[in-house]
Design a protein around this ligand. Structure first.
Ligand code: CMC
Length: 428
């Protein structure tokens, strides 16, 4: 007999079904709760709410486990390419050599962006944040591919998926080029995904540009580590927007906006700015540890620390910390903020405040240090996260649509004024 949970409200007992996942996670199914009892549940920040069943990514926050479609993040980061991982997330299995060749080739050959998109881009001020720019441009793509929102048109989702993966790196480089006053670079389709992005970022018309394989490999690893993270804020946003049957471009654009926030993907930019501030302030990490401990009065949080789900360690942070050491050594970069980051980590891990709250470095703590070493400017860090997270958003959007999930529409407990009579403006 399958398990049930008993709920007693005002002396009356209700049996609620229990749902169990393949990794033995358990949930109480409250789908019929309001209908049966008149009650709803309240859970601000959705800390205990499973919004969906999903077969894409498994994570265990207590044990520090992260797996995409069953494969460990450690194996994937070491052995796979980002596009292989993208295929795995979106289609559920690692591609065969033949499938991979076809997949990679279709992404390679769709990197060019409609020239009219440039005119939209040209309207942005030079200092516009690149996250706002790419969110707008991805949303604008729906206008160039109107079959994406025409319910009567044949389903071209697969084509839109290819376009999104192929064109986002191209769009992402435009802001950087503009900020430098340099001409934008067109994609070169003989290059692999990471190398193509790097040449669009850094090549100049006046010199030859050779992609450094150390840089391309590091980028490949970082993109894999960011590729999915189950029902986080941006992914939930993508699913929620998509649940209204909004097209894939608008849904992904909304996800990019959610990612931008400093408590989510925007934390990687905040980390480097924080480390720079500490350095400029003489490098005294203990002062900042104290400020973070008094967050309620100082309003200061240690960016790159803490996670809603990981309460032991973030397995991505472990891989990134090691990669940061390796990449900086290989590139011969001596970045003083790496030492500050390590000092901060050590101080925090030995401090009762952080230990008791299970606050550990998260994925964003060391990633910015690698991006800096690769030459990526600080305001592009969250864009890098978005490029990495794109296959996850797509996989989750696709899963939600295939499952014909109902429109996402939470309820509330109303706490405002009760019914009152209208008072005309002259009498107020
Ligand atoms: N520095 C200092 N104190 C912290 C921090 C921090 N970074 N994070 C949490 N706390 C404290 C918080 O003040 C609270 O203390 P108390 O119990 O005394 O009130 C306790 O720890 C629990 O914090 P919370 O805000 O209830 O935890 P949450 O699960 O709602 O928030 C978080 C998770 C990631 C938003 C939060 O830890 C945070 O703001 N971290 C800094 C931003 C950051 O690095 N974000 C990136 C997350 S990983 C990548 C991603 O998701 O994009």
């Amino acid at each position: 007999m399958s398990a049930t949970a008993e709920l007693i409200i005002e002396g009356k007992s209700y049996q609620l079904p229990v749902v169990e996942g393949t990794e033995n996670e358990k949930a109480i199914d409250i789908n019929a709760l309001r209908e049966q009892t008149g009650y709803i549940t309240i859970d601000s920040g959705y800390k205990n709410t499973g919004a969906t069943k999903s077969a894409v990514t498994f994570l265990d926050g207590e044990l520090g486990i992260l797996r995409y479609r069953g494969y460990s993040i450690e194996d994937l980061a070491e052995k796979a390419t980002f596009l292989e991982v993208a295929y795995l997330l979106i289609y559920g299995e690692l591609p065969t050599a033949e499938q991979y060749a076809a997949w990679e080739n279709s992404i390679r050959t769709h990197t060019l962006v409609n020239e009219d998109m440039r005119r939209i881009f040209d309207g942005f001020p030079v200092n516009a944040h690149p996250m706002g720019v790419i969110s707008s441009l991805v949303s604008a793509m729906s206008g160039f591919y109107p079959d994406s929102y025409n319910e009567k048109a044949p389903d071209r989702t697969e084509m839109h998926i290819i376009r999104l993966l192929a064109k986002l790196p191209t769009l992402a480089t435009w802001s950087y080029k503009k900020s430098q006053g340099h001409p934008i670079n067109y994609p070169k389709n003989d290059l692999d995904y990471s190398s193509n992005f790097l040449q669009m970022m850094f090549a100049l018309p006046v010199a030859n540009y050779h992609v450094d394989p150390v840089v391309a490999n590091a980028l490949n690893t970082l993109l894999i580590l960011h590729a999915d993270h189950e029902q986080n804020c941006s992914t939930s946003t993508v699913r929620l927007v998509g649940s209204s049957r909004a097209n894939i471009y608008s849904s992904i654009s909304a996800g990019i906006s959610a990612l931008w926030g400093p408590l989510h993907g925007g934390a990687n930019q905040e980390v480097i700015e924080m480390l720079e501030d500490i350095k400029a302030d003489g490098g005294d990490v203990s002062k900042y540890i104290e400020m973070a401990k008094n967050a309620k009065t100082t309003g200061f949080r240690l960016f790159g620390f803490g996670h809603r789900v990981y309460k032991n360690f973030d397995p991505r942070a472990k891989i990134i910390k090691k990669a940061a050491d390796e990449v900086l050594a290989k590139l011969g970069v001596n970045d003083p903020i790496l030492a500050i980051a390590k000092g901060l980590e050590e101080a925090a891990l030995n401090d009762e405040y952080f230990v008791s709250r299970k606050l550990y470095p998260n994925v964003d703590f060391y990633s910015g240090i690698i991006y800096r070493a690769l030459g990526i400017p600080t305001n592009m860090f969250t864009v890098m996260f978005a490029i990495g997270r794109l296959p996850g958003w797509i996989a989750q959007w696709k899963e939600m649509r295939a499952g014909k999930e109902p429109i996402g529409r939470p309820r509330q407990i109303y706490t405002g004024a009760t019914s009152r009579d209208f008072v005309s403006i002259a009498d107020r």
